[in-house]
Design a binder for this molecule. Sequence first.
Ligand code: 3H9
Length: 699
Amino acid sequence: MPDPAASSPIRIQRVGTVAIVTIDNPPVNALSQAVRRELLAAFETFAADARMTGIVVAGAGRDFVAGADIREMDLPLLDPGLPEVILAMEACPHPIVAAINGNALGGGLELALACDRRLAAPDATVGLPEVKLGIIPGAGGTQRLPRLVGVAEAIGLIAAGRRLRAPEAAALGVVDRVVEGDLVEAAKKEAAEGSKRRLSALSAPADDAAQIDKAVAEASRAARGVPAVGKAVEMVRLAATIPFSDALRIERETFLALRDSPEAKALRHLFFAERNAQKVPGIAGVRPRPLARAAVIGAGTMGSGIAVALADAGLPVAVVERDTAAVAQGRERVRAIYDRVVAGGRLASGAAEERFARISFGDDWSALAGADLVIEAVFEEMNIKLETFRHLDAIAKPGAVLATNTSYLDVDRIAAATRRPQDVVGLHFFSPANVMRLLEIVRGKATAPDVVATGFALARRIGKVAVVAGVCEGFIGNRIYSTYRRQMEYLVEDGAWPEDVDRAIEAYGFAMGPFAVSDLSGLDIGWATRKRRAASRDPRERYVAIADRLCEQGRFGRKTGRGWYRYPEGAKKPVPDPEVRALIEAETARRGIARRAVTADEIQRRALAAMINEAAKILAEGIAQRASDIDLVLANGYGFPGIRGGPLFAADARGLGSVLADVEAMHAVSGFGSEPAPLLVELAGTGSSFAKWDAGRAQ
Ligand code: 3H9
């Protein structure tokens, strides 16, 4: 007979008059229906037991409780809800102490806030990150947290979804104290001796209006179109204005409405996409190579950002450049990155010094010999890359991972320049590399599984979201982005102004439109590439020469004060330029195109059609393993709005039949290169979706 207790997600141990309730629901003790049901039953039993003196709530394994079970959020509500469990805890006459060992997040922290005391291990983390999932805390978090830390502080924490380490949480009063030794023992003692202290019975400390206004303004600045942020602010403010029980009811209704919103569904999709991306055929269980020392070749913008990202994660980094002048410039660049971080208040100057000291600079390449991982970030030109790898092959120690940060070039050709192609991989960082979350791990045909696994281990260590890509020009992200940008240029030639395009794309939710982005990154690099490739360009491809004309006039973007826009001294935003309009009109006339009105809707549909169509080609070619990987790349590296879940999630939401019609319309005016992807045609024809395609491949 199976032992029913063995499959129960909670364990109850009686020690004298104290009960220790351990939530044991791997992997992260999420509050699934079974956990809620058993907690409710346990607290109802405890309430009726007059011999008891206290209760401890603890988590088994690494976490306390990582929150509600996010997988349940796409299902109808399952009883009992967390608020019912929490009410039963508050109604229980015995003092309850939370022993927070690891993560207490979302519903996990709400559970802890329903306890009378909170003790935390030194490495515990607490927070209400619900807004990152497009929802608000739904079990009293917006009302109990301000009763501990004040309304202004609670707005800051909840609206940003901030996670606090135990010492900071204790300083703010979110936890009562940090326990260095045996946490459950300390909690047991406190439970036996303590008394009830329900947060619902307290009133929120009065904050001054200016502090609250400041917190609200900061929250709305950082909201990035996520409706939950505004709602979270509204809810926290209720803590100071209406009775607890009324506020709790409104919080719950708001939570439930947001739970079913398209934005929350999109953000949940990205949450699971991030976890699924780590599941790569052939690397499950493969042990990464050791990674104790790193090196970077080239200290330009990318190389210095990469060095900072590595040093920030505690790795010693050797940066090598070609000569002493380049070394000095590289050192200055890295210095400037840390100076900016310190000036922005994101790091104490002492910590910045410590990190800076982890990076050594020099022009002697023998410094690469000791590195377990070498990342090449030299000029984006095949011959220079080949020469760099030949040289590196002669110096690097056996077994070192040799990575290229190329954003377009053929990783297999680069690998073939060495005698150890199995050790070569692409690690495509995004600029600024110490800030942007995305890392494309480009797997060449010879790349060894433990080298790919090392890429993932590195990503985890430096806090990046990693996605595996196959070899093709531009991999996943840049290949889709350039197809999309080309379509936006077609629209400019057909009748839209650059500012029309940027406005429409920003209205869809991108932080910046493609022309403002081009101006920011500089037009000259693309121009040089186009000139280099002019001879090999397929003559059937529609070619827009406007960017070339801009460059011929020295308009290289922001750095020259002029590009697709003008950048007058002191102007915060790009300014549309009549000269650019004249140039566009001349170019359009030269090509014999009659300019026509282009609506914002057409711009948005075309942008999506271009991205989705190219993405479907990438999927069919096996460059990306799954549709959700592509969504992750676009959302984390290219500013695709998270609340829309990525291009392929957005495609499914719209319906693939409608998307295919847009793609066909795009093809009709764009011709060669924009043919509908056979995979899209197939999925649309069978009434399928990208999500189903992913599900079919996962089986
Ligand atoms: C909430 O609580 C709402 C309440 O206010 C409402 C109350 C009514 N549910 O990230 P990892 C899975 S909203 C279900 O790779 P790590 C994850 O998918 C929630 N599953 O590990 C993965 O599964 P698989 C608020 C979850 O060590 C596995 O666990 N809470 C959940 O790098 C390992 O995850 C949050 O937003 C979940 N809640 O990081 C916290 N969490 O192996 C979300 C994780 O099958 N979670 N899984 O792919 C996290 O931030 C991280 O997972 C955590 C661990 C830091 C806990």
